[in-house]
Design a protein around this ligand. Structure first.
Ligand code: ZN
Length: 317
């Protein structure tokens, strides 16, 4: 068993002892002895902290995990603002609503609800998409909540591996870059994406979709910019995306290629769950409720086609 797996297992045991199932929406903490959770039940919401992070468990056969780490607004007094000079604290506004709408749309279209993990605490106080060392938290309470969030992600990954065999984790974010398009991150740098396909094809082991590359007839460059690349499927839904067949190169524009969660829960470090970081734009995509209602089923369609083409899921949908 690899070191990271042991760490995840330790976290999972920690969270199962600490968190409490809460299907009624009432407090999940601080009202007596927590109920140990030995198994996460389908279509049940589990909370960490004082209802500060959520694991909305989907259908057990789900091969899909969605997460919204940066749209929290809670400001717990025991988690002071991260004021380190390298701490990024901007909120990814509307991402949680968009993520839940995408999950609802996938359920409506396939009958299978994805697993969803949400951080409801402001990023200024707890940062899930950095290592603990680089999160620059100001309190142990924030560190503890970080561990609970990651235990939920680790649990979701292990459920997908156990029940679906293989799957996809989409880490949902928002950017404020000039170009209004979705940036699809695989842990591959912009310069490598823009280089020759032959060089890119040699980087599969360092990508967050390494496992997919081992079972796919397509090369890594095809998986990233070909007919069935995630960016290409978004473009076919009318959503601009880079990299894709339509926009294969970053060409010096701002681009995020994936963060800590994409690295930790994708397949670069092993396992059968691959990960993609989706950095979404605001204008005409997620800024208003009307835009989110329109965008969510399009993203859901792209995800369903991706799962169909690459993994053989939802073939009758
Ligand atoms: Zn973000």
């Amino acid at each position: 068993m690899k070191k990271i797996d042991l760490w995840m297992l330790a976290c999972l045991l920690l969270i199962t002892a600490a968190c409490k199932k809460d299907v009624s929406g009432t407090s999940g903490d601080g009202d007596g002895e927590p109920t140990p959770v030995t198994e996460f039940k389908a279509n049940t919401t589990y909370y960490g902290g004082k209802n500060q992070v959520r694991f909305i468990v989907g259908d057990l056969s789900s091969p899909i995990i969605l997460a919204s780490p940066h749209d929290g607004t809670l400001a717990p007094s025991d988690m002071p603002i991260r004021d380190h000079k390298d701490a990024v604290i901007v909120q990814d506004i509307n991402l949680t609503d968009l993520t839940i709408k995408i999950a609802n749309s996938i359920k409506a279209k396939t009958g299978i609800r994805p697993h969803v993990i949400i951080n409801d605490v402001a990023r200024a106080r707890m940062e899930p998409n950095r290592s603990l060392e680089e999160a620059y938290h100001k309190s142990e309470a924030a560190n503890k909540l970080w561990r609970e969030y990651h235990a939920f992600l680790a649990a979701a990954k292990s459920m997908v591996q156990k029940n679906a065999g293989r799957g996809l984790f989409l880490d949902m974010h928002g950017h404020g870059h000039t170009k209004k398009r979705v940036e699809v991150g695989y842990l591959i740098s912009a310069s490598n994406l823009d280089g020759p396909d032959q060089s890119l094809n040699g980087l599969a082991t360092s990508s967050s979709i390494y496992h997919l590359s081992t079972i796919s007839p397509y090369s890594l460059s095809q998986l990233i910019k070909g007919d069935f690349a995630f960016g290409t499927l978004l473009e076919e839904q009318g959503i601009e995306a880079v990299p894709s067949k339509q926009q294969p190169k970053v060409n010096g524009d701002d681009y995020f290629n994936g963060g800590y969660c994409t690295l930790t829960y994708g397949s670069r470090n092993g396992g059968t769950v691959s990960a993609i970081q989706l950095e979404t734009h605001g204008t005409n995509f997620r800024n208003s409720p009307t835009e989110r209602t329109a965008s969510a089923p399009k993203v859901a369609d792209a995800i369903i086609k991706y799962m169909k083409n690459h993994y053989g899921f939802f073939l009758d949908k």
